[in-house]
Every structure is written in structure tokens, then in C-alpha cells.
Write a protein that binds this ligand. Structure first.
Ligand SMILES: [Zn+2]
Length: 288
């Protein structure tokens, strides 16, 4: 009797596996076509930090990238026919429902000095734009851009964004500090940079919650970048402009191949989200 049940179970397992295989095959073909169409509907936002050679050896690899590798990214994007824009330019296209096929936005967090000395000339060489998210409190110290350098970025047509006043993890700090981190940051940048209006926020460490979103909107931010992987489409942007998707780009030791993989993840994870599978749920357990 026991043997029969076991055999029955075994048969069920084999049938289920075969069934899953068939379903995968059927969906696989359909999904492949859907995926090709989906890729054209959105644009990734890439997240960089420092780009340079001369920073201390103690800098974590996730924070600093060699200029040669960064240039290889730009060359690859151009070869692939991408238009490289600021976050605000991308957001405006998404808002209007204009095509963002083969668009990509580059973002740089923390405002490192080499964003001006290394990144800007490379962006200009490849007819590319970028958005730079500065931390007010760090401006002008040894490793971060000073006023003149940030002004140079603005004059070159780059976007200046806020990365809060002191890099506070907004989803974790007491609510009373949000006015300082958000409102003061925007006001201060406006004062320093001839009335420049900052409209885009990058959440430090990708930390935010509904209270943070409400405060950021109240203090004049129109959109914000998270650390969630996905693709920014007209649908995702119009539904949640304060939760734009972003892909971390770091030197993973695999050169340009590593970059290609990260870029593809923006499209692929975005596609899976349309199927109800969200990889970011796992990330939130650790961050929020
Ligand atoms: Zn940061």
C-alpha cells in the first residue's frame, strides 16, 4: 500500500515537472515576444558614485569606478544607439507619454569631486548628460565638489539634484528632521546657485516610506529616485513619480560584460514586475 502511494506521488511529481516544463515553453515563447515589446516602453536610470583613480584604497569598490570603465559604458551606450539624458529630461518625456525607447538617464550620488573633474569631460566627449545629487553638508570638503565645481556642472547643462542635507536615511530618522533634510536642502541650493530650482531627490541608501514621500512633495520635489531595480515607463512614472527605479552600477570586476548585465536587469526585473514578481521585496527587508 505504502509503495503504491509513493509511486503515485512520484508520478505526480514527474507529471508536475513535465507540466511546468510545457508551461514554461509556452510562456517562454510568448514572454520573449512580450519582453521585446516591453523593452521599448521604458528607460533605465543608472546610479553611479565616484569615478576616478586617485581616491584612497580604503574606498569600497561599490563607490568608485575607474575612468576607463566608465568611458567604456558611455561608448557602449552610444554604440547601441542610446540617448543619454538627465533624470528631469527623462521624467518629462515619461510625463508627456513620449517615446523613451533607447533612452537612459545617468545619476551620480554624493557629489564627489571627480564628478566634475572626471565625469563631466567624459559626458561631454560622448554628447551625454547626467544628474548630480549633492549632500549640502559635505560640499567643498576634501572629497566633495565645491560651489564652483557644482556651478560648472549646471553651466554645462547638467541637472543638480538633492541627496538631502546630511545624507540622512529618510525612512529611519524622526519625522521632525525631514524639513531639514529636504526643505532646507532645496532652499540652500537655490540660494547658492542663483535661484536654481531643484526638483529631483535621490533617497540616501534608498530609504523612504509614505511619510517621506508626502514630505518631499510638500517641500517641492517633483520626483525621486529609489534603489529599486526596474524600468521607468510612462505607467510606472505617472503612477509613482516619487519612486523611480534605478540600477546600481558598480565595478564588479567583470568589465563591460558586468555593465551589460546590470543594464539588462533594469529591463528584465521591470518585465517581471508586470508579471507580479518583484525582486525588490527582498531588498526592502534589509533597507526600509
Ligand atoms: Zn549616497
Amino acid at each position: 500500500m505504502m509503495k503504491k502511494i509513493l509511486l503515485g506521488l512520484l508520478l505526480l511529481v514527474v507529471l508536475a515537472a513535465a507540466g511546468a516544463g510545457v508551461a514554461w515553453q509556452l510562456n517562454g515563447e510568448r514572454w520573449q515576444q512580450e519582453y521585446a515589446a516591453y523593452r521599448k516602453t521604458g528607460a533605465p536610470v543608472l546610479m553611479y558614485h565616484a569615478v576616478g583613480n586617485d581616491e584612497g584604497a580604503d574606498w569600497p569598490k561599490t563607490l568608485i569606478m575607474k575612468p576607463e570603465l566608465f568611458e567604456a559604458h558611455l561608448r557602449y551606450l552610444k554604440e547601441q544607439g542610446y540617448t543619454i539624458v538627465t533624470v528631469v529630461e527623462l521624467a518629462e518625456r515619461l510625463q508627456k507619454g513620449e517615446s523613451v525607447d533607447k533612452y537612459v538617464a545617468l545619476s551620480f550620488d554624493d557629489g564627489y569631486k571627480n564628478n566634475y573633474s572626471v565625469v563631466l569631460p567624459l559626458l561631454q566627449k560622448y554628447d551625454a548628460k547626467g544628474s548630480f545629487f549633492v549632500i549640502n553638508k559635505d560640499m567643498g570638503d576634501e572629497t566633495h565638489m565645491n560651489e564652483q565645481e557644482i556651478k560648472g556642472l549646471i553651466d554645462a547643462g547638467m541637472e543638480l539634484g538633492s541627496h538631502t542635507y546630511s545624507h540622512g536615511p529618510l525612512g529611519k530618522i524622526p519625522e521632525k528632521y525631514l524639513v531639514w533634510e529636504l526643505d532646507t536642502s532645496r532652499y540652500w541650493l537655490k540660494k547658492k546657485f542663483d535661484g536654481y530650482i531643484v526638483r529631483t531627490l535621490a533617497y540616501p541608501n534608498g530609504s523612504y516610506n509614505p511619510t517621506v514621500i508626502a514630505a518631499a512633495k510638500k517641500y517641492g520635489f517633483y520626483r525621486a529616485l529609489t534603489g529599486h531595480i526596474g524600468l521607468n515607463t510612462a505607467a510606472t512614472y505617472q503612477a509613482a513619480p516619487m519612486e523611480m527605479y534605478r540600477v546600481t552600477v558598480a565595478d564588479d570586476g567583470n568589465g563591460l560584460e558586468g555593465f551589460k548585465k546590470r543594464l539588462e536587469q533594469a529591463y528584465f526585473f521591470g518585465f517581471l514586475q508586470t508579471k507580479g514578481i518583484d525582486i525588490n521585496v527582498v531588498r526592502d527587508i534589509f533597507v526600509q
